[in-house]
Design a protein around this ligand. Structure first.
Ligand SMILES: Nc1ncnc2c1ncn2[C@@H]1O[C@H](COP(=O)(O)OP(=O)(O)OP(=O)(O)O)[C@@H](O)[C@H]1O
Ligand SMILES: [Ca+2]
Length: 982
């Protein structure tokens, strides 16, 4: 299973659904209604067990934390299904045992022989039960590192021999794969289809009655024909489902293979999670999933979200006092270095996953809709069958009628169409995580895009700065040299101190001796600037001690640190969104490097500088510092007033090529693009203009202003808002929510950072950036844009619309056939007492060709025309006026075959345009024609047809083609416009 991939809700639901194991004696309803009670009782029982045993061991150095941990475990029980009971019970015994075992630990022989001094089980028991006494017994984190033959500063020493032994003893960081379902189970599932069951009953009745009245083999033709059709449909459905499941598996593996930052051999490097082994030093940052079980080594302000494991949303602070990090949880805030202790199936997550099977596939909304439609049609068919039965008791015609009313190909068409689109989108660099996303994307009416990384390239460089009030361009080394010569040395020193200490990034020297800068693009831009100014990261870092860090987050839009200077006093540094940091400043460094009071005039001057930078589409950041004396308590937050402004930097982040063109396409497709960003409003406006998002009628608004608006005001301005700047994660979320609920829009949201996750979740369709995106966003997303390119999203919308239209076409075709055949059969049964079409003929016309047709229409590629129409939106009618017109028109004319070409396009009269481009369509059409000829000419007795003469063939082909002219004529009748088709 994944390293922290699934949302807890999904997972628990997966467990609840699955009632297969224990409790065979009870009906599932019983389990369902009683399970709550049952779990509560069990939880109580476990607590009693705990208390009894706990009493014994309490005396021996057990902490309250451990008790707390245990209570959590009991709480967890309620969320799990019965199978886990075994696990948790075992866990409970282990827990108590480990508390009792205060004797000295001796590593097993094979571990010692391999050169280590602690075994995987022992490591597991320390982290899993957060057993602090045991950890201490092993000498704390340093002791464990030593026993694992690793160093907390340089990481693993990867000599091949030792590494192999490590893998042997501790295993690899992979979770046991859930066995892929075999093809037969898909066949079995396909057989459960209601329609097929009805058909099967028909087949049996037909066989029994047929053989009884006409004898073998003549009387069996109808029945066998039905059986053959059933088999064909089952085969096609199962094959398509099976292939899809394989595809999903590949995607899933792809999704889980994330890269982590580790230190090995003293160098920082990137590594696939699968490569992690106990002893590795992993660097975790905000938003990262914890890739294995491990111990905190160093770091600041680490908050961990353990909800995926414990179901509790409360964040857990991880530090030297509580150093336990569990795989499957997530870093909510802060950054740290972690020592890996357990990997793969030996982690707590792995053990949990071993007991939980995956939830089933969900049906897409369209599929649900269509299944509903299919059953209605079936019911109508049944009704007619019964009526006919009443009219003519002796016949078997009702079977024909049931058969004719079954729109068998419908679900197949939807699945095929979606799967096909998904594959095509994958080729176009969009990874679809949720099949429904394909079709939802097609009906989107609004896109809310973040700025950084999606509309821009996310390659940031400092191009302008105002240090000590000296405004300078800093594009190249000459300009930087000029800046250095004007800025006083003392100010430069303090600027470098700020840049290199107050950062989430790092400058490291890699194996090849090259300097590498890690961190977010904003951070790397600043570090590069600092290096260009002649600073050395490590030297500057050595001068003072980092005491406290408050990492950057999107809500506060700033980052702060406290340093202990060589003289023992403390100094705070702060950097962040320019207006916000400027507000916290009372002084500034002047051009002589002296601290002066920041008066009104100076403030206005600074604001002008910020605006000037922002209007040039630069992201602006202020850096400031403050001396805080010698008194500083560890628990107080870093003060945020009275700072001394050092300077302002302007960071350039160029707009991606192609964005402007994409925005034009969206506009013509009736989709509104909005920019929602955390950046300064002027920067946002400048970039939005450059992309063509902000027009003259549009409004740009700041998050804090938006937040205060009443719902009446919102009603008026939201349609006009095209840019929202300085937005907090919740502002984004609110905007998306209102667009959906107030205006009924279908909203797509793009995002890359953790701050976008809530909005992505709220959106109808969430699009995450594959390269810049953090794991958290990718997880909340329905589609991952692998190349981070805004233009890729245009393709998605196109494919989405094509899915919708293709299915519409299919339904049109299907309904035409059904209506015609139903009317013909019913009326002739009533009037003449016999049906013109036998069951086998019906099935042929209806069922077999449907399936093939589904394939043909599903693979119709999207045309650019699709993006010139209005989106279908939330309330768009699936079966539109146009469809009805086409159905009724066609039905009037035609009997059964050769309608397919006309279904290719619902509007155009020239349906042949581009027909040869869709090779599947051509192949299928050729097959159908060949089958038709074979059946009619050679399978006469079986299908109750007589071979036709050449003239008759010409006649039928002519009649068939005439149907196309009729279709064309009907397409000229204007009807009310509707979504795509209008
Ligand atoms: N590492 C950082 N340290 C300090 N301040 C930062 C840092 N990164 C960004 N900022 C400031 O915070 C502001 C908003 O950042 P935030 O992360 O909320 O938006 P964003 O994600 O960059 O924008 P978008 O939503 O368009 O992607 C930036 O304009 C910048 O001034
Ligand atoms: Ca962002």
């Amino acid at each position: 299973m994944a390293v922290a991939t699934r949302r807890p809700r999904t997972r628990w639901r997966g467990c609840d659904d699955d009632n297969d194991d224990v409790g065979g004696r009870w009906s599932w309803q019983w389990q369902w209604s009683q399970s709550e009670v049952w779990w509560v009782n069990w939880g109580e029982m476990m607590e009693r067990y705990l208390e009894k045993n706990f009493g014994e061991v309490k005396a021996k150095n057990t902490t309250n934390e451990a008790l707390e941990r245990w209570r959590k475990l009991c709480g967890l029980v309620k969320n799990l299904k019965r199978r886990n009971l075994v696990l948790v019970t075992k866990g409970a015994h282990n827990f108590v045992d480990s508390l009792k075992a205060c004797c000295k630990y001796v590593a097993p022989k094979e571990v010692k022989a391999a050169g280590f001094r602690i075994c995987a089980e022992e490591l597991g028991s320390i982290v899993e039960f957060q057993n602090k006494p045991k950890l201490e017994m092993h000498g704390g984190v340093a002791g464990i590192a030593d026993k694992l033959c690793t160093s907390t500063t340089n990481g693993l020493n990867v000599t091949e021999n030792l590494h192999n032994r490590r893998l042997e003893i501790y295993g690899v960081n992979k979770f046991a794969e859930i066995r892929a379902r075999c093809f037969l189970t898909f066949i079995w599932d396909a057989l459960h289809d209601m329609t097929l069951i009805i058909l099967a009953v028909c087949a049996v009745v037909s066989l029994v009655v047929g053989i009884a009245t006409e004898g073998w083999p003549n009387g069996s033709h109808d029945g066998l024909g039905i059986v053959a059709s059933i088999l064909l449909v089952v085969l096609v459905t199962a094959t398509s489902d099976y292939r899809q499941s394989l595809q999903f598996k590949d995607l899933d593996n792809e999704k889980k293979n994330i890269t982590v930052q580790v230190t090995r051999d003293g160098y920082r490097q990137k590594l696939s999670v699968y490569g992690l082994v106990p002893g590795d030093m992993v660097h975790l940052a905000i938003g990262d999933p914890v890739p294995a079980d491990g111990l905190f080594v160093s770091g600041f302000h680490v908050l961990i979200n353990e909800s995926s494991l414990t179901g509790e949303s409360e964040l857990v602070m991880v530090n030297a006092e509580n150093p336990f990090l569990l795989s499957g949880t997530k870093v909510q805030d802060g950054a740290c270095k972690m020592l890996v202790t357990c990997v793969g199936m030996k982690t707590q997550w792995g053990k949990l996953m071993a007991t939980i099977s995956e939830g089933g596939n969900d049906e897409t909304p369209l599929q649900v809709k269509l299944n509903g439609a299919a059953t209605i049609i079936e019911k109508i068919g049944l009704f007619f069958a019964v009526v006919t039965f009443a009219v003519m008791v002796q016949g078997l015609f009702q079977i024909t009628i049931v058969v004719v009313a079954v729109p068998e190909g419908l679900p197949v068409a939807v699945t095929l169409s979606l799967a096909f689109a998904m594959k095509k989108m994958m080729n176009d660099k969009a990874l679809v995580r949720n099949l429904a996303a394909c079709e939802t994307m097609g009906s989107a009416t609004a896109i809310c895009s973040n700025k950084t990384g999606t509309l821009t390239t996310n390659h940031m460089t400092v191009v302008k700065s105002s240090i000590c009030g000296i405004v300078k361009e800093v594009n190249n080394s000459n300009e930087i040299h000029n800046l250095c010569s004007e800025v006083p040395n003392s100010a430069r020193k303090i600027l470098l101190e700020s840049i290199f200490n107050n950062t989430g990034g790092e400058v490291v020297v890699n194996k090849e001796g090259k300097v590498e800068i890690s961190g977010t693009p904003t951070e790397t831009a600043l570090l590069e600037f600092g290096m260009a100014l002649g600073g050395d990261f490590l030297d500057v870092r050595k001068e003072c001690r980092l005491v406290k860090v408050e990492p950057f987050n999107s809500e506060k839009k700033r980052m702060g640190v406290v340093l202990e200077l060589p003289d023992g006093s403390f100094r705070a540094h702060c950097k962040g969104a320019s207006e916000i940091v400027l507000d916290a400043c009372g002084k500034k460094l002047d051009s002589k490097g002296e601290v002066v009071f920041l008066d009104k005039v100076a403030i206005n001057h600074m604001k002008d500088t910020i605006e000037e930078f922002a209007n040039e589409a630069l992201r602006t950041l202020c850096v400031a510092y403050r001396d805080v004396g010698t008194e500083l308590s560890a628990s107080d937050p870093i003060p945020f007033t009275n700072y001394t402004l050092i300077g302002i930097v302007g960071i350039k982040d160029p707009v991606r090529p192609g964005v402007k063109e994409s925005v034009v396409i969206y506009r013509s497709a009736g989709i509104t693009v909005r920019m929602v960003t955390g950046d300064n409003i002027n920067t946002a406006k400048a970039i939005a203009r450059e992309c063509g998002i902000l027009t003259d009628e549009g409004i740009a608004i700041e998050g804090p202003v938006f937040r205060e608006k009443s719902s009446k005001e919102l009603q008026q301005i939201i349609p006009k808002i095209l840019v929202m700047a300085r937005s907090s994660p919740l502002d984004k979320h609110k905007l998306v929510g209102h667009l959906k609920n107030m205006f009924g829009e279908v909203v797509a949201v793009t995002g890359d950072g953790k701050n976008d996750a809530p909005a992505l979740h709220e959106a109808d369709i969430g699009l995450a950036m594959g390269i810049a995106g953090t794991e958290v966003v990718k997880e909340s997303a329905d589609v991952i844009i692998l190349d981070d390119n805004f233009s890729t999203i245009v393709n998605d919308a196109k494919w989405g619309r094509s899915v919708y239209v293709n299915i519409q076409k299919f339904v049109q075709f299907q309904l035409t056939v059904n209506v015609v055949a139903l009317i013909v059969n019913f009326s002739s049964a009533c009037l003449t007492g016999s049906t013109p079409l036998t069951a086998v003929q019906q099935l042929w016309a209806n069922l077999i060709m449907d399936t093939l047709r589904a394939l043909a229409l599903a693979t119709e590629p999207p045309s650019d025309e699709l993006m010139k129409r209005e989106p279908s939106g939330r309330n768009g009618n699936f079966i539109s006026n146009v469809t009805w017109r086409n159905i009724i028109g066609q039905s009037l004319y035609q009997l059964i075959v050769f309608n397919e070409i006309s279904s290719r396009d619902m509007e155009k009269i020239n349906v042949f345009k581009g027909i040869l481009k869709n090779y599947v369509f051509v192949i299928v059409l050729t097959c159908i024609v060949l089958f038709q000829i074979i059946i009619i000419q050679f399978l006469g007795s079986f299908a109750n047809t007589t071979p036709l003469s050449l003239q008759q063939w010409f006649l039928s082909v002519f009649v068939g083609f005439l149907s196309m002219s009729v279709a064309a004529a009907f397409k000229m009748i204007p009807v009310g416009s509707n979504c795509y088709l209008g």
